[in-house]
Design a protein around this ligand. Sequence first.
Ligand SMILES: Nc1ncnc2c1ncn2[C@@H]1O[C@H](COP(=O)(O)OP(=O)(O)OP(=O)(O)O)[C@@H](O)[C@H]1O
Ligand SMILES: [Mg+2]
Length: 258
Amino acid sequence: MAGYAVEIDDVTVRFRSKKRDVTALADVTMHVEPGEFVSIVGPSGCGKSTLLKLSSGLLPASKGDVRLFGEPVNGPRKDIGYVFQKAALLEWRSARKNILLQAEMRKMPAKEAAARADELIEMTGLTGFEDALPHELSGGMQQRVALCRALLHRPPVLLMDEPFGALDALTREQMNVELRRIWQETGTTVLLVTHSIAEAVYLSDQVVMISARPGTVAGVVDVNLPVERDYGPTMAEPEFAKATRHIRDHLGAATAAE
Ligand SMILES: Nc1ncnc2c1ncn2[C@@H]1O[C@H](COP(=O)(O)OP(=O)(O)OP(=O)(O)O)[C@@H](O)[C@H]1O
Ligand SMILES: [Mg+2]
């Protein structure tokens, strides 16, 4: 039995330098089921990015255990996809070649990678822009390329760190709808960090609230909305209002409400 997709047990992360000693996370425990969509919200500097880095093995825990599918995470893991706030595309490479960078890094068979890239390009609505260079793409399209790159190797876990923070409100809504659909199609487990409570509730099965530094789990909200979600109607549901209000009350004014 593989158990949880992501298991964080009683984890503390400390950063020590000559100048300061920062406890970013203190005794954090959270469990994510395979295929679940979980969002992480909390004030700036509370350790959200640290939590994702920890899950991917980019950062060690000072105390406690991190496991992916039951296996201890002791170093950078290859079976994850990572999307950052900035798309971080190579300017001289086309959209398609940026997506295929993942395959080159992992030495994936070329044919399989090309077929998967085509599938993702279609899934994310990038058809017709495969040969465009990043500067010829809109911000939303660049994030779609970054998402395709993160999904190319079919990672069972997708980590996203404020992926839509730089987008305008309407593009962001559209990306939310697309991400939800892509998540349903791929069945991947998603851990999303966001500053937007509405985004967290619309997208997730569960929202984990982190307190101000040192980050601890301040609460977990189960989102009892139907699997099939339509942006406008979903936001009009009483459950949506209930969940967002609960989170806002919990986090207080420290988190920017969007
Ligand atoms: N590599 C590092 N070295 C030293 N301190 C670090 C390092 N990474 C993070 N920190 C500290 O850990 C704390 C949590 O940082 P983190 O980036 O996880 O916050 P965050 O919740 O993602 O914030 P934001 O919402 O602003 O992105 C901060 O006080 C930060 O200064
Ligand atoms: Mg961060």
